[in-house]
Write a protein that binds this ligand. Structure first.
Ligand code: C2E
Ligand code: MG
Ligand code: MG
Length: 671
């Protein structure tokens, strides 16, 4: 009869375990974070674990004390040992992995499982032994209540790990149920059945609670993943993977403020690729993007842990190097620039790319992080201005220049409307006759507080802030208007910035000026410098040849300086070559300057192009210019640039003269 009962119970137990295994097997798909959190949940409330241990330990001692049986005493002792070791391990775990994001090891999960199952099995065994070996009803009640209460509590407490909780419930309840069945009596058997069914009820409760816990943990995990993703997006440049502008500014501020003393060094480098736009425009943005990634990689390599790289935007990168003084900064700059010594590979292209860099080093170059960054930018501007592919360290004279430039830029914005701009004219004389052939219009700006500003200073500023279009349009209109009052043979020359040709505004401005004044196109000459051809994609030559087609004349100004190339003379048609004044300065001393000036005069003669010798300041220079065959001469010795009304007076005077240039010179000297 006992055997039969035992077989039934064993069969039931097997079925139960199989179904439980199937339903509550640990989910290996769950991500590692959720798993780790579930392990943590097991140790999350050491209080409840300790209460369980205390209750189990003390009740088992009471049972052992009253039962006076060696088996029960042994089980009680084991219960106490396991209870104690579990309490200690819970405290250790909590200390070790106190923070939320501290990593947990699977061994902790296993340790908990074995401890929990062992403890539950011991409680179940105690109840079984008490029921089977003793007759004392109070001890039965104590041990059964202990198991029932323990099982109820455990299904909630360990719901995070279903198989742990179910295992515990089984290990505690099944031996107890069996003991009750064996102990006999209707009441005990009913209770045995109840406890047996309780396994299923508890399993269901555990499963439901588990689902809720896992869903909550997964939700939390998804949220934290999203938060990490957004944080990354907010901090890092999505293209190159280095920090972005915002993160860089925060880092710079933090590093600057965390220096131990105001005297501690730190360096900021602001760099920018030279002519990146051309690569982007000609090879496409994909190649440009690949190049930027390559640059970011090389910058990180060059820094080699000495600082941080950030992409400020476009092709600009900022490097922040804590504890780098002037000497270290120089070394870093050299290392970074060396990275541009070999080609970059992007989309199958080998690209030779150079970069310019500005450096500012605290504490000398800035008292705040913002100031340091601003000064690195100024130094970069300087490096670009000095010809690119180089680095420049900030110095305070740059700041003064920057401030003046800023003040001039602000002033220029209203200069035209306020009538502060004027045109002066410098006559260009025919060498042979001494007659005025052309008058070059030169802009003058009388700044209300800074006085007269040289066009050599304000024209580049106007070019950089897009004011040159309106200023040239005004100059063309004014010059054409003034020229209408001169002899019909005298032309007017207007200087044209390369920036204006690129912006397409020139033909419109020229035609508007001619129409408004009624001046014949052949009397208008445009002076351009060689720099307009530097980045010519064909449009410049098209615009110039169209203008020439309507009758305008073209002069190549400052010839011989900058990027002189005979190719320009072959590809573009000019009516006049103006040899730069620097050559005329040296003609008296003979040597190379005279040889060059002579060659240009000969060359122009062969090409049937007029020539102007610029910057004639002495009688000797004038003599040489005429001897060398320059068709026209211009210079202070003949006339400085003068206002329109003075020019008119001069024109009347020169038409009365007969001896041309020589007499005119004497006239000037007398004046
Ligand atoms: P540029 O076109 O080469 O003009 C000649 C410059 O040489 C003028 O300086 C003139 O005053 C100066 N110069 C003439 N003869 C002599 C001489 O014998 N000795 C010396 N030392 N200098 C002489 P300025 O007026 O200061 O103009 C400087 C430059 O500014 C011009 O060089 C031109 O590139 C630019 N510029 C002037 N006005 C305009 C303008 O309306 N538009 C544009 N885009 N540029 C202008
Ligand atoms: Mg000129
Ligand atoms: Mg010139």
């Amino acid at each position: 009869m006992f055997r039969q009962k035992w077989r039934n119970v064993a069969r039931l137990r097997r079925t139960l375990i199989a179904s439980l295994r199937e339903r509550f097997a640990p989910d290996t798909q769950q991500n590692a974070d959720v798993q780790a959190n579930l392990v943590k949940a097991l140790y999350a409330s050491p209080g409840s674990l300790m209460i369980g241990a205390l209750a189990g330990g003390s009740l088992s001692i009471v049972v052992a004390y009253y039962a006076q049986l060696i088996e029960i005493t042994l089980i009680s002792a084991l219960i106490c040992v396991v209870a104690l070791s579990r309490s200690i391990s819970a405290i250790y775990f909590l200390r070790q992995f106190a923070s939320d994001d501290a990593p947990t090891r699977p061994v902790w999960g296993l340790a908990y499982e074995l401890g929990a199952w062992g403890y539950a099995a011991l409680l179940g065994t105690l109840a079984f032994a008490t029921l089977v070996l003793t007759e004392e009803a109070s001890l039965h009640i104590l041990s059964v209540c202990l198991v029932a209460a323990y099982s109820g509590g455990i299904s909630g407490r360990n719901a995070g790990r279903v198989h742990v909780a179910i295992g515990q419930t089984c290990f505690a309840l099944l031996p107890t149920s069996l003991g009750l069945m064996i102990a006999g009596g209707l009441g005990y058997q009913v209770l045995s059945t109840m406890l047996f069914l309780m396994v299923f009820a508890m399993a269901e409760i555990t499963r439901t609670t588990h689902r809720i816990v896992v869903e909550a943990l997964e939700g939390k995990y998804e949220k934290s993943k999203l938060a990490t993703k957004f944080e990354r997006l907010a901090r890092f440049d999505s293209l190159t993977g280095v920090e972005n502008r915002m993160a860089m500014q925060m880092r710079l501020r933090e590093m600057f403020d965390s220096r131990l003393s105001d005297k501690d060094a730190m360096a900021v480098f602001w760099m920018d690729l030279d002519r990146f736009k051309e690569i982007n425009d000609s090879l496409g943005h994909m190649i440009g993007d690949q190049l930027l990634c390559g640059v970011a990689e090389r910058l990180s390599r060059a820094l080699d842990g000495r600082g941080h790289v950030a992409r400020f935007g476009g092709d600009e990168f900022v490097l922040i190097c804590p504890a780098a003084d002037g000497v270290v900064a120089q070394q870093i700059a050299d290392d970074v620039m060396a990275e541009f010594g070999h080609d970059f590979e992007a989309g199958g292209y080998h690209l030779t790319v150079t970069a310019s860099m500005g450096i500012a080093v605290a504490p000398d170059d800035g008292q705040s992080s913002d100031e340091l960054l601003q000064h690195a930018d100024m130094a970069l501007y300087q490096a670009k201005h000095a010809g690119r592919s180089r680095h420049a360290r900030f110095d305070w004279s740059m700041k003064e220049r920057h401030n003046r430039t800023y003040e001039l830029e602000m002033g220029l914005r209203t200069a035209l409307a306020n009538g502060e701009l004027k045109l002066h004219y410098q006559p260009i004389f025919e060498s042979a006759t001494g007659k005025i052939a052309i008058c070059e219009a030169l802009m003058r700006w009388d700044h209300p507080t800074l006085g007269r500003i040289s066009p050599a200073e304000f024209i580049p500023i106007a070019e950089s802030c897009s004011l040159i279009d309106s200023m040239t349009a005004w100059a063309l209109e004014r010059a054409c208007h003034d020229a209408m009052q001169w002899d019909d043979e005298i032309r007017v020359a207007v200087n044209i910035s390369p920036a204006l040709i690129k912006s397409d505004g020139l033909p419109r401005a020229v035609i508007a000026a001619l129409l408004a004044s009624g001046l014949k196109a052949r009397r208008l000459e445009l002076e351009v410098t060689e720099s307009i051809f530097l980045e010519d994609s064909g449009r410049t030559s098209l615009i110039l040849s169209e203008l020439r087609r309507i009758g305008l004349r073209l002069a190549l100004d400052d010839f011989g300086t900058g990027y002189s190339s005979l190719g320009y003379l072959r590809n573009y048609i000019f009516d006049t070559l103006k040899v730069d004044q620097s050559f005329m300065k040296g003609v008296g001393a003979g040597g190379r300057d005279r040889a060059i000036a002579q060659s240009v005069a000969n060359l122009a003669q062969s090409l049937d192009v007029e020539t102007v010798a610029e910057g004639i300041e002495t009688a000797e220079q004038l003599r040489y210019a005429r001897e060398m065959g320059f068709t026209n001469v211009q210079g202070f010795i003949l006339s400085r640039p003068i206002p329109a009304d003075e020019l008119l007076q001069m024109m009347h005077a020169t038409t009365r003269e007969t001896n041309g240039v020589v007499l005119l010179m004497q006239d000037r000297r007398r004046a």
